[in-house]
Design a protein around this ligand. Sequence first.
Ligand code: PRP
Length: 183
Amino acid sequence: MRLRDDVAKVLISEETLQARVAEIGRELNATYTDEDRPLLVAVLKGAFVFLADLTRHLEMRHEVNFMEISSYGTGTKSSGVVRILLDLEQNIEGRHVLIVEDIVDSGRTLEYITRNLQTRRPTSLRVCTLLSKPSRREVGVTVDFVGFEVPDEFVVGYGLDFAEEYRNLPFIGVLKEKVYAGQ
Ligand code: PRP
């Protein structure tokens, strides 16, 4: 069975995604200058597709790097225990830092990263996420650039996975319930 057959519906089409990513690129172009030379920190693994498209819309000098944060072990996302699996090797003191996420759900991952990076004394720290699920928020977080607000459905594609699959779909889709039932 093909991957695409596990998708119940397309929530955000490839065209709509690409147009919005270009728009966010323009917003970032209006925010940062060459002198700022922002550092985009993408949170692995989900943000790799968004980052790859976004960076190609940016006109200012900038740098990209990656962090990986463990979620909450297996099972449901409720414990709120977060830890760093891959950290930046560089000093970000005095830098303009932009965190790039694929989705903000409970907000716990983002809260942890922002709190952690803030202690390293960047000049500015902003957040850009492709998707946000405001109805799932458990902690208050500030997000400066949001691609789309989405309902509380099981979304996959464009970097977002279920059991490490579906990240390659070029659109955001809702997974058929039978695929994740019993998880
Ligand atoms: C996802 C996503 C965010 C986090 C959001 O990552 O990329 O980092 O969950 O959830 P929260 O707001 O409830 O903390 P995930 O742990 O699924 O890892 P992945 O990016 O490797 O798929």
